[in-house]
Structures are given as C-alpha cells and as structure tokens.
Ligand binder design. Structure first.
Ligand SMILES: [Zn+2]
Length: 237
C-alpha cells in the first residue's frame, strides 16, 4: 500500500474509532443516569414513607384538637347544669361528670403534645435530613448527566457526519479494501511495536521489518493476526 492510501485509511480508522469511543462514553453516561434514577426512586420512597407517617400524625392532631373543643363545650354545659341542679344527688353526679370531662381534656392535651413532639421529631430527624440532602445531590447529578448526555449526542452526530463525509471523499476501491479487512479483523491497522505486531506480539520477519524501517514498503500484513502493520512514527506525528 502506498503512503497516501495508508494515511487516508488511517484517518478513516481514527474517525471510526472516535465515533465508537463517543458511543461508549454515551453508554457510560446512560448507565450512570440509570443508577442515579434507581437511587432517586429509593430515596423518594423513603421520604414518602416519612411523609405518610407525618400525615397520619397530623390527622391525629386534628382529631385531638376537635376532641378538646368538644370536651370544652361539654364542660361548659356541665358547669351551667351544675348551677341548676335540683338536688344533692344530681349535683354530685354532675360534679363527677365534670371531673371526668376535665380529666379527658388533660389527657387529650397530653396526647396532643406528644403528637406535636413526634411530628417535630420526624420533620427534624437525622434520617429525613440525610434523605433530603441525598435527594438534592442526586437531582443535581442527574441534571449534570443529562446535560452531558445532550452534549455527547451532539458530539456523536458531528463525529458521525464527519466520518461519513470523509468516507464519501475516498476512492470506493480504497474503502472497499478497508471494509473487506475490517470484516475479518478490527482494528485493521496497528502500529509496529519494536520489531513486533503491537496487537498480537508476533515478531516480524527481519527482511520485512528492514523494508518497513527503510520505507521501501509502508505496510505489512501480520502473519499471525492478519492486521496491517505500519511504522507509525513515520506517519503520525
Ligand atoms: Zn498481529
């Protein structure tokens, strides 16, 4: 193969490798997004659980407040009826009723206080704080990753367009030759490494090596892996 053809095909290979590299990077970003989305689901469901507990306590609080109001109305009525009690027996009964209602108010107020404490503890719990900061972190990471993904997609389509345009600019026979070798081995071109094929390590026959070094030939097919070996320091700066 002449130097010019070699250079053209090496450039084609580089452009193809660039597209593949970008596609692999895109895959990595997608995997990361997937992992973060799973983590987010997990965090959200834990936050949801805590919120459900909060709602249930808030519901209890509402009920306690209503109960206290009811008890207070009852107490009001009882106090009034105490004044109009017709006999001692009735008076004593009403008094007992009054004391029961007062106790109920005290008990319910205690329960209300406990519920407020529980609610406060839940809202300010270490777990909730950790979950909220974890959620914030994940959302930020996801935003960054989605931005990376968009940029990556732009880079990929640019690189693909560049590759296709370059391929179209080459002689069809040259591209066909490259594709033909590529059907058997990838990558098609590998640089020489000392006196061996840098892909499989096979030592080149001495006369071919000398001819490569002396630029009598530019390429040589590796007898073992069938890749095309070239003297890269002569071709690529
Ligand atoms: Zn080889």
């Amino acid at each position: 193969m002449d130097k010019d053809s070699l250079l053209k095909l090496l450039t084609l290979q580089e452009k193809e490798e660039r597209v593949l590299k970008l596609l692999r990077e895109k895959e990595k970003i997608l995997e990361e997004i997937n992992t973060f989305e799973k983590n987010l689901e997990d965090v959200n469901s834990k936050i949801n659980d805590i919120n459900k507990q909060k709602e249930s306590i808030e519901h209890q609080i509402e009920n306690f407040i209503k109960s206290i109001e009811n008890y207070e109305q009852m107490l009001n009525k009882i106090s009034k009826s105490l004044k109009t009690a017709k006999n001692k027996e009735l008076y004593k009964n009403i008094l007992r009723e009054k004391s029961k209602t007062e106790n109920a108010i005290i008990n319910t107020r205690n329960l209300l206080k406990q519920a407020y404490t529980q609610l406060n503890n839940l809202e300010h719990s270490k777990e909730m704080k950790e979950l909220m900061s974890r959620q914030k972190f994940i959302l930020e990471e996801l935003n960054n990753l989605k931005e990376d993904l968009e940029n990556m997609e732009i880079s990929i389509s640019k690189a693909q367009k560049d590759l296709e345009e370059y391929r179209a600019s080459l002689d069809k026979s040259l591209v066909d030759f490259y594709e033909d070798v590529k059907n058997r081995v990838i990558p098609v071109f590998v640089p020489i490494d000392k006196k061996a094929c840098s892909y499989c390590g096979t030592i080149l026959p001495l006369d071919f090596y000398n001819r490569l070094i002396q630029n009598n030939i530019y390429t040589f097919m590796c007898p073992n892996c069938q890749r095309i070996i070239y003297k890269h320091f002569d071709i690529i700066k």
